[in-house]
Design a protein around this ligand. Sequence first.
Ligand SMILES: [Zn+2]
Length: 209
Amino acid sequence: MIRPPGFAGAAFGTVASGDLRVDSVRRRRVAESLGISADWAFVQQVHGNTVVEAFTAGNLGEADAIVVRRPGIPIAVATADCVPIIIEAKSAAAVVHAGWRGAVAGVVPAALEALNAAGNAPRRAAIGPAIGPCCYEVGAEVLAHFPGFVRETDWGTPSIDIPGYVANQMAGLELWKSDECTFTSDALHSWRRDATKQRQVAVAWLPTS
Ligand SMILES: [Zn+2]
């Protein structure tokens, strides 16, 4: 697991962590090492901008961001190229799954707003491993959504910088950003590279004091 420095309750999985959505044995082991419950809240991710609050663990339905205000309920999203984001507030946390569609739909501002609405101003955010502008080649119809974030792949074709785009949406927060690209790192799942069903999980929790 990748632990962003300075975050009390945040971890990003890798290939080595296993697929923690479905592998309950591995999840129990990881949870134990993190000192948290092995019962996590997940959502059915649909590349939209819906935020749900977790009052219990388990499947919370269709959404792409989860907010939690109760210690004891780890919240998680799963990715393989899309951007996993963990946001910390004073007594709340959020996890966000942002591919290009969700990013454009505003799932990140929606999560920030949900925290603010619950009286928990976001303080810092961690942007986990995702496909980088080095490798995220897209067509003109996608490029058109990302003025200011069009880049070039290592092989010289137009690409977009989704981690940079979501970082910009969180300007003002203290930010940690992974510099790993899922497409180029064998330690990370990449849908683009392998068409894999496997995912790495980003998990956030409120430490019990
Ligand atoms: Zn790359």
